[in-house]
Design a protein around this ligand. Structure first.
Ligand SMILES: [Mn+2]
Length: 373
């Protein structure tokens, strides 16, 4: 018997996207659709196990309606078992968690909530495996929940020994203040398990390229949730064969993409080139945040704004910042703004003849503008 599973985490259902009022409804809904697609993917792939390694929900106060919807979606999994681990956003206080009580009342017979730090024996579900579970009990913790696993005996009668935890991994997930159940690779690998199914780092998938030596897997969020998430939204589909050899494939599952860029413009052609640059991204599901720097002639500003406003109609959301974009000072500018023969005109004209020293020209122009005020 081999074991096939789908690993997801950090779905963050219930995120409201209040910074994007025009599109918040669409972005919130997308997360439910993506969960549905992932369950379908697991069914198509004939996975035995469907795993959510924490932060299925974004917060404790998710509405009843959304909890019910979530349970209904997961109940559609047709494999042997779906396991759900509470993460640091959707942490669990046993017997005192409105969120998880409600979820439990709605979940199907082959959905298991991993409420405790303990070994879950899954032979009852026709799975030859033990699951070593490390759920979160609060939003923050400076210590992790995997310490107990190392010294526990790994029953040899059971084939697969699988760890599931939520929190940061040293050198992989940013956690400078060590507030998110910090773990190290050595600590996990020394537990004597066949594989670790992890959640928490939504912005990246880990390992970046999997090899047969990898034992620790973070899926990343399946649906991008902001401009700090630059990947497409992914899950892992993982097989452990008879000899416990692991093969993992990364599957893209996201619908929306958040694209963030800083672009330096040096001519009016660069402004035109923006259209070509973003035409592959022209998609009503994509969001773009653009910071423009550099300089272009004054006459090209209106074209640039037309282009940027045009992008707004083609992508789901476009935000641009031109605070650091300057107007290029040309001979025409100098002739137009200063009387020929005057000191400023002479000075700027002279400086403009040296194309290599644009900064001095810009500085002189700014100073003269200041004095004129
Ligand atoms: Mn988390």
């Amino acid at each position: 018997m081999c074991l096939k599973l789908l690993l997801t985490a950090d779905v963050h259902l219930g995120l409201k996207f209040s910074n994007y009022p025009e599109v918040q409804q669409e972005l919130s809904e997308a997360r439910f659709n993506t969960l549905k697609n992932i369950v379908e993917l697991a069914n198509e792939q004939k996975c035995d196990l469907f795993v959510v390694a924490g932060d299925l929900f974004d917060h404790q106060r998710v509405s009843e309606r959304d909890i019910v919807r979530t349970a209904q979606i997961i109940n559609e999994f047709q494999g042997k078992l779906a396991v759900i681990l509470p993460g640091n956003h959707d942490f669990i206080i046993p017997n005192d968690s409105r969120l998880w009580q409600k979820f439990k009342s709605q979940k199907g017979d082959r959905v298991l909530l991993l409420e405790e730090c303990k070994v879950y024996q899954l032979n009852h579900y026709d799975l030859d495996m033990n699951l070593y579970s490390a759920p979160c009990q609060s939003k923050h913790s400076s210590t992790n929940n995997v310490g107990w696993i190392k010294n526990i005996s790994k029953e040899s009668a059971v084939k697969y020994h699988i760890g599931i935890a939520h929190g940061s991994l040293q050198d992989v997930s940013p956690d400078p203040d060590k507030r998110f159940y910090p773990m190290t690779k050595d600590e996990l690998l020394n537990c004597g398990l066949d594989i670790w199914l992890m959640g928490h780092t939504d912005r990246i998938q880990y390992p970046p390229k999997s090899s047969s030596f990898d034992r620790i897997f973070y899926p990343g969020t399946p649906e991008p949730n902001g401009f700090d998430c630059q990947h497409e939204g992914k899950v892992w589909v993982i097989t452990l064969d008879e000899e416990k050899k692991i093969s993992a494939s990364s599957v893209v599952t996201g619908n929306h993409r958040f694209i963030q860029e800083k672009i330096k413009l040096t001519s009016s052609e660069d402004a035109q080139a923006l259209v070509n640059k973003y035409s592959p991204e022209i998609n009503s599901k994509n969001l773009l945040k653009l910071k423009l720097t550099g300089r272009i002639p004054k006459k090209d500003f209106s074209t640039l704004f037309e282009i940027l406003e045009g992008l707004k109609t083609k992508l789901l959301y476009v935000e641009y910042n031109t605070d650091e974009l300057r107007q290029e000072i040309t001979i025409e500018t100098i002739n137009k703004e200063f009387t020929e023969g005057s000191f400023p005109h002479k000075l700027l004209y002279h400086l403009s003849e040296n194309a290599d020293d644009y900064e001095t020209l810009q500085l002189a122009y700014n100073l003269i503008q200041e004095v004129r005020k």
